[in-house]
Design a protein around this ligand. Structure first.
Ligand SMILES: [Zn+2]
Length: 240
């Protein structure tokens, strides 16, 4: 994984120095790639979102060289399961590029067997050390579930997955109304989906128990662009 450094130098001396620094950082990035911990992955995501929200995105790993670099294989440092909402594009909001994130998206960031299998693939075969289940504010899927919205076609299958989080939020925080309620329900839904992910996947639960992966939750605010990482730990089921 190449680090997000780019240098623009105008004089020959500055260009030589920039070349040297870029080379050193490239070597460091190769050494770094093999040892990304779950904590490193979280720090990379947090730093990327800070750049994004501050208007200082550097769009790392987006150049043509990165295509060549990743052609032989991928080593994404994080899985991001999030909503299909067009306002929540993971590579942009975390300021990352090609080969960095293993992204799985469904409306309402709900899980099913195919989603679980996709995440298992990343953790088991690509050795991705961090899984983030990220909900977002003003989520249409959560709103539809809360309002018992229309269930044309197969939309009902999505709402069914979200309804338990809506009910839980009503019970736990009965005073909340409007957007505050919906955002709390979206947060509860992300947490429930993350808990279900480990409950339904013995493979992921094993990896979480032995520390090769950390699953955590986050909320993205569509008004500010900010991602807030949850401090509430995802429940890791005991070994059977
Ligand atoms: Zn959504």
């Amino acid at each position: 994984m190449a680090l997000p450094f780019r240098f623009h130098a105008r004089t020959p001396r500055a260009r030589a120095l920039a070349g040297l620094l870029t080379g050193v950082l490239f070597i460091l990035s190769i050494a770094f790639a093999a040892g990304v911990t779950p904590q490193d992955a979280l720090a990379l995501l947090t730093a990327g979102n800070a750049r994004f929200t501050e208007g200082k995105a550097i769009h790392p790993n987006c150049a043509k060289a990165r295509i060549t670099e990743t052609a032989a294989g991928q080593q994404p440092f994080a899985v991001v399961l999030t909503c299909a909402d067009s306002r929540v594009p993971p590579e942009l909001i975390f300021d990352r590029g090609v080969g960095d994130l293993f992204v799985v998206r469904t409306a309402g960031n709900v899980i099913d067997l195919v989603v679980i299998g996709s995440i298992e693939y990343a953790v088991e075969h690509l050795h991705t050390p961090r899984v983030i289940v990220m909900g977002h504010t003003r989520c249409g899927a959560v709103t539809a579930a809360a309002e018992h919205g229309h269930t044309d076609g197969s939309i009902g299958a999505i709402l069914e997955c979200i309804t338990p989080a809506v009910d839980e939020t009503k019970k736990q925080i009965p005073k909340l109304t409007g957007d505050a309620f919906l955002d709390a329900a979206a947060e509860a839904n992300a947490r429930r989906q993350a808990n279900e992910l480990l409950r339904q996947s013995p493979l992921l639960a094993d990896a979480a128990r032995n520390g090769t992966v950390v699953v955590s939750c986050a909320m993205y605010d569509v008004r500010s662009g900010k991602v807030t990482m949850s401090a509430v730990p995802v429940v890791v089921p005991p070994a059977r």
